[in-house]
Design a protein. Sequence first.
Length: 440
Amino acid sequence: MKLHVFVHDKPVATLESTDGFRHVMSYHPDALPEQFVSLLMPVRTESYAYPDLHPIFRMNLPEGFLLSILQEQLGPQVGASPLNLLSVVGRNAIGRVKVAAPGADPTQPPVPFELTGILRGDNSEAAFVDLVRRYAVSGVSGVVPKFLSPNALTEYGKGTLATDRYIIKGGTARFPGVALNEHLCMEVSRQADIPTAMTEVSEDGQALVVHRFDLEEDGVTRRGMEDLCSLLSLRPEEKYQSTWERVVGRIKDVVGVPAQQNAALSQLADLLLLTYALRNADCHTKNIALLYSSRESIALAPVYDMLTISVYDDYAKNPPGMPVEGRSTWMPGKALERFLQTRCGVMPTQTRERVERICDAIVHVTPQVVEATNRYPGFHETGKRMLHAWNTGMNSLRLQRTWSLPSLDVAITQARFSDVIPAVPTPQEKVGRSPLLGKR
């Protein structure tokens, strides 16, 4: 099978596989240097051959829930190999690179998206699954089902929004209140003056609308985007198999302009601190990305997919998604301060200022969490757990005994929130073990 690769809707390369395993991408003879498909694949005459799909293209395939839906629905029609699925979802990719089958228009989505119900409040889990079954999706990372809306008019509140620049994310029974959870965590990031993707929540609190952040200032041209999973040549299922040190190392490898490198590492330091403060155990290499207009203009992407995932039972006992100085613990101590200084160039006095700024933002957003628990009954338990987690998270960033950081004890008491009930993870099914066998 052969596909065409586009940069800014201009054909620049072909991608093909003759055996379903080895994949080859070849630039067209007239491809310009600035039309590179990936930071790891500059324009050249020699083809790029990989034993399986190239990292930049694997990045644009969905994972987990969405991947299984695509394989089930599209497999009988187009096949279920990575290249077959890419032929369907490649036109909905994040960033400036698109992939399409011969003869297909890369500027047009495979099918129109009807999302009125999602934003208006008619977004039950069954309705969301039905949308995903009917329409193609894109490989955006994370534990929450999501897809891109390339071209639809959607009613939202009192107005009408063209949703060709949004990512719609829906909740499931496994993650009650996840849309509000993420929105409020992103609000903390915004209040802390950290570059953050804009978010909105549907009227019933069940769906999240994320403003796409891969746009140039003109609001039309797409910037290139590659997550660190792709840049580290990891498979999507290996997204946790890295370290913050490796992330820093790869950023230094590909961001050549010193000022931009320093800015990216400074922003990464804020992201790391925010991860600890908000107890986000799901911050991995697919949730960190670089945006670029050219090799001379590269920046760290704004914060996205930030949520207090540890409030859900299946994640409650998880350590941070990636270790720092070999430590996978929520109490990093001096290791965190050393990492920020030696790897990101953030001095101890600057670390304290950043910690205080994040803690102040948490205090500022806390009333919004309390208000949401009163407005949305299904969010009450999640919101309560979030404040307890944030309270513990802020305390874990007390890297020196002399630091005086705020507490949420009073806010939790005034909201009449009880203590958190210990987590009971969902029992894991043991594949291959008959239920007729006696228990050991």
